[in-house]
Write a protein that binds this ligand. Structure first.
Ligand code: HH2
Length: 265
């Protein structure tokens, strides 16, 4: 595998395909495997560098699903894609990651940053795939009840630094890893805004930064009526502060917006 910054030059768009009945913004839309595979192919045609396929919603309040159910959701989609679309698997479970990698996934996107399943680090190390480590305070079921930080940016930075060291100690090559502040995961609106505003602090950790703010409730609470436009604006702000990979539902709009932002950089 080439280093992640070469595989995903700034800015790269990661399309989102949630194969779930209950996801935050696209719940149910791609629950059918044919529809999900078609959405992934369309995102690739629209300019996505990779498509993030997930079988478990992590929206606030959700309780999670067993590995068997997650596999039942994602395997038919990956089989249909047949290695023809670059895939990231959004999972914190080793069994799901292993099967997805067998079916061609080149990245594991773990919202628990290797804290959810003790076996996952070994699967990533052994297979040599890319890895995204994301910050989350608490767990999805309760994370939005009362998120608190003294300084959200330095706490997220030191968490990510610690998880990066853990991953490297478990045999995962540092050059394959990117970091993510986890917008909306145990954070208030002000925490989320501050993390994007001061993204340079996370970029200074020396690894590419992935930002997922697309269609999140912070944008709604800011008063956005058109979530696609608001998402692109937030993505560009993140890019200008150093983000490399933008996780987004509306791929074409993000590719266009980020191409202009790059030309103006
Ligand atoms: N956000 C969501 C899910 N996975 N992974 C990373 N690395 N970063 C994120 O910000 C991120 C993520 C939540 O968004 P969505 O996929 O729209 O919803 P759900 O978790 O309900 O499927």
């Amino acid at each position: 595998m080439i280093p992640i910054e070469q595989r995903f030059p700034r800015p790269s768009v990661m399309g989102v395909v949630n194969v779930t009945p209950d996801s935050f913004s696209d719940g149910g839309v791609n629950f059918d495997p044919d529809t999900a595979a078609a959405a992934a192919r369309r995102m690739l045609a629209e300019g996505a560098a990779i498509v993030d396929v997930g079988g478990e919603s992590t929206r606030p309040g959700s309780a999670g699903v067993p590995a068997g159910e997650e596999l039942r959701r994602i395997v038919p989609v990956l089989e249909r894609l047949d290695g023809n679309v670059p895939v990231s698997i959004d999972t914190s479970k080793a069994a799901v990651a292993r099967r997805a990698i067998e079916l061609g996934a080149e990245m594991v996107n773990d919202v628990t940053a290797l804290r959810g399943d003790p076996e996952l680090a070994g699967v990533v190390a052994e297979t040599g795939v890319y890895l995204c480590l994301m910050h989350m305070q608490g767990e999805p079921r309760t994370m939005q009840l009362d998120p608190r930080y003294d300084d959200v940016v330095s706490e997220v930075a030191s968490f990510l630094e610690g998880r990066l060291a853990f991953a490297v100690a478990r045999g995962i090559a540092e050059e394959l890893i990117c970091l993510d502040p986890g917008i909306g995961f145990g954070k208030t609106i002000e925490h989320n805004l501050e993390l994007v505003r001061r993204l340079d602090v996370l970029v200074a950790l020396g690894r590419p930064v992935l930002v997922g703010i697309s269609r999140k409730s912070t944008l709604v609470r800011l008063g956005a009526g058109d979530l696609q436009t608001a998402s692109v604006a937030a993505a560009i702000a993140g890019y200008e502060r150093g983000a490399s990979i933008i996780r987004a539902h509306d791929v074409a709009a993000h590719v266009d917006g980020l191409a202009v932002a790059k030309a103006l950089a």
